[in-house]
Design a protein around this ligand. Structure first.
Ligand code: HEC
Ligand code: HEC
Length: 569
């Protein structure tokens, strides 16, 4: 296993083949340059010692001190080893590591509604920092970090994505023709403008207009309910390692039957699906709230309501026929398969999967470059990484090259909005994995998200309950304490028909159910306490998981789509 921070530290240094040599050369040069030898020696020693322990921040500070002592070589060193532009000496101390500003959201228009909290403005709340570990029996015996760093991602980790197929997928992804009422596309909730999510806690599907926080119900078929879960970003879903999809993993590779899938619609063996990601594209179109619409509104919604999904008169066949009737799609698919149609739904799904895999691949982040030894992270991010793989124990779950164990954990996220069902007292709830396996031990467990581009994909959590990442992380460390202190900060589009979105979290019993599940899962790992500045370092590391090229978009939003329907831009 290639682990260990000392080795990885050398990984950074490899950028310029031997940082040690440079440090020594610099030390000599400094002595010659008239900088007091003792001070230089001490600073260099500090730097060396810090490097031995992989302590980025101290090594960096030592470098800065040398630079401030007037040494031109230190400036070069900062650039080469840390990729940090040299700051003109004395004026600039070490950059503060506590500041983190979330990207500003456009100020939402407030319209007061009776009996409902104002929900559009995220309220920044400071949650109490977790108390030191109580005497929890058995905790001391648990295995402690550090964790090894993952192997770097490479091209071989991703499925091949046929560019011609992906080009058709791009048009389909932005084309509202896939929704029953022709008003909602995949991009409505997974828009490049919102880092492949929708920028809100719980979005609105069919029967609304606009994007993200600006989306609002409209027309005779206006949306009546929020989508019960946060629309996840789509980064790196084309990786071969992916074996579960959705927050609750209700689509997964069947562990018992290689090559087969467990799906909400039973076996799909009659289809030819390229990847699990392709298979996923079959499901949003069947969701009344997301895309298909209500019975009576269109034939696809009627088929879904009658539980006609498979077969010649099923929702999928109706949808495929609708797409096939559009000449540009028909001819593109004909050219691709080298024979005339009719177009099948699995071909549509494969095109969408190919597009998502190509467009939303994020493996060129500073962290990825660092792992490949082709670049470095900022010192703050380096320190954050040490915490992530060390004392903060994040890598216990955010593990492997994709930063997810793809398993399910109860992290005590506050329930917001309509949920998936109701508890005995009538409060809405979302049992997550428990709703899929019907195993009480899985209640309130959700899949560990992969964290690439996570700074851009808020609000966070499966219900989007947090719009402040520092608050999210404090809650994440100690969900039981966090849940009791949670103050509403979801970002929700206006929806007059919505019930009180926070009713569940305001009810002691409903909240206790979530909290108890989190406490049960907490018992299996050490309670971690972090100071605010350490949270800031973790956020700096999460920032080093941003792939700017991917965020900027590999292809553009199409000017128009074959259906001629309007495109969300
Ligand atoms: C109305 C909003 C909405 C629309 C439209 C929508 N999605 Fe989603 N998407 C979601 C939500 C919410 C989830 C999470 C659902 C869950 O986990 O239960 C999701 C999950 C996914 C996932 C799984 C991500 C993961 O990490 O497991 C993929 C892939 C995806 N959508 C692709 C698509 C495609 C392709 C389309 C168009 C055919 C589409 N979505 C249309 C909201 C939407
Ligand atoms: C016990 C497993 C576990 C540990 C330990 C853990 N996480 Fe998580 N993390 C999860 C799960 C599960 C979720 C999704 C929770 C939900 O939505 O209900 C999550 C969600 C997140 C999210 C939000 C992602 C999103 O897209 O909404 C971030 C950010 C995050 N974790 C970072 C961290 C950091 C940083 C640490 C270390 C301090 C950490 N996690 C420790 C399992 C874990």
């Amino acid at each position: 296993m290639r682990g260990g921070f000392q080795w990885q530290w050398c990984g950074v240094a490899m950028k310029c083949p031997c940082a040690y040599a440079i440090l020594i050369v610099t030390g000599v040069a400094l002595g010659q340059a008239g900088v007091p030898q003792a001070a230089v020696g001490q600073t260099l020693n500090d730097g060396f010692a810090a490097m031995e322990q992989g302590d980025f921040f101290t090594a960096f500070t030592a470098m800065r001190r040398l630079e401030q002592a007037g040494d031109p070589h230190a400036a070069r060193l900062l650039e080469q080893v840390f990729q940090t532009p040299s700051v003109q000496a004395a004026a600039a101390p070490v950059p503060p590591v506590t500041a983190y500003a979330r990207p500003a959201r456009p100020a939402p228009a407030q319209s007061p509604r009776p009996n409902q909290r104002p929900v559009l403005t995220p309220v920044p709340v400071a949650l109490p920092v977790a108390a030191p570990p109580a005497e929890a029996p058995g905790r001391a015996a648990l295995p402690l970090p550090p964790h090894d760093l993952p192997a770097p991602l490479s091209g071989a980790d991703f499925h091949y994505s046929d560019p011609l197929l992906a080009d058709i997928g791009r048009l389909l992804f932005f084309d509202p023709v896939l929704s029953g009422n022709k008003d909602t596309s995949c991009a409505t909730c997974h828009h490049p403008r919102h880092a492949s999510g929708d920028g809100v806690s719980l979005g609105l599907g069919t029967g609304a207009q606009g994007l993200g926080p600006d989306r609002s119900p409209e027309g005779a078929r206006a949306a009546q309910r929020r989508i019960p879960r946060n629309a996840p970003a789509l980064w790196n879903l084309g990786a071969r390692e992916i074996h579960v999809l959705f927050h609750d993993g209700r689509l997964e590779k069947d562990p018992a039957r290689p090559g087969k899938l467990l799906t909400p619609q039973g076996p799909l063996d009659y289809m030819v699906l390229d990847t699990i990601l392709s298979a996923q594209a079959l499901f949003p179109v069947l969701s009344a709230e997301e895309m298909s619409g209500q019975p009576g509104e269109n034939p696809i919604a009627d088929a879904v309501a009658d539980q006609r999904v498979h077969g010649d008169d099923g929702a999928w066949a109706l949808l495929a026929a609708r797409v096939d009737a559009l000449e540009p799609y028909n001819s593109a698919f004909t050219a691709l398969r080298g024979a005339p149609g009719p177009l099948r739904m699995d071909e549509i799904a494969n095109a969408l999967g190919a597009f998502i895999a190509r467009e939303f691949r994020a493996d060129q982040t500073p962290f990825d470059l660092y792992l490949r030894e082709t670049g470095a992270m900022s010192p703050e991010a380096g320190e954050g990484m040490r915490l992530f793989y060390g004392r903060a124990n994040c890598a216990a779950c955010h593990s492997g090259p994709l930063l997810s164990d793809q398993k399910f954990h109860a992290m005590g996220q506050p329930a917001i909005g309509p949920g998936k069902d109701r508890d005995a007292e009538g409060y809405t709830r979302d049992l997550g994995r428990g709703f899929v396996t019907l195993d009480p031990d899985d209640a309130y467990r959700f899949r560990t998200p992969m964290l690439r581009n996570v700074l851009h994909t808020g609000p966070w959590g499966h219900s989007g309950a947090f719009s402040d990442l520092a608050d999210f992380l404090r809650h994440h460390l100690d969900p039981v304490t966090g849940l009791a202190a949670y103050a509403p900060q979801a970002v929700l589009p206006e929806l007059a028909a919505a019930e009180d979105d926070y009713a569940t979290i305001d009810n002691a019993n409903a909240r206790a159910a979530i909290s108890d599940a989190a406490a049960r899962d907490m018992a299996a790992r050490p309670l971690v306490t972090l100071q605010d500045d350490e949270i800031a370092l973790l956020i700096a590391f999460l920032g080093a998981l941003s792939d700017e090229t991917a965020l900027a978009g590999r292809s553009s939003v199409p000017e128009s789509v074959p259906s001629g329907l309007s495109v969300d831009r």
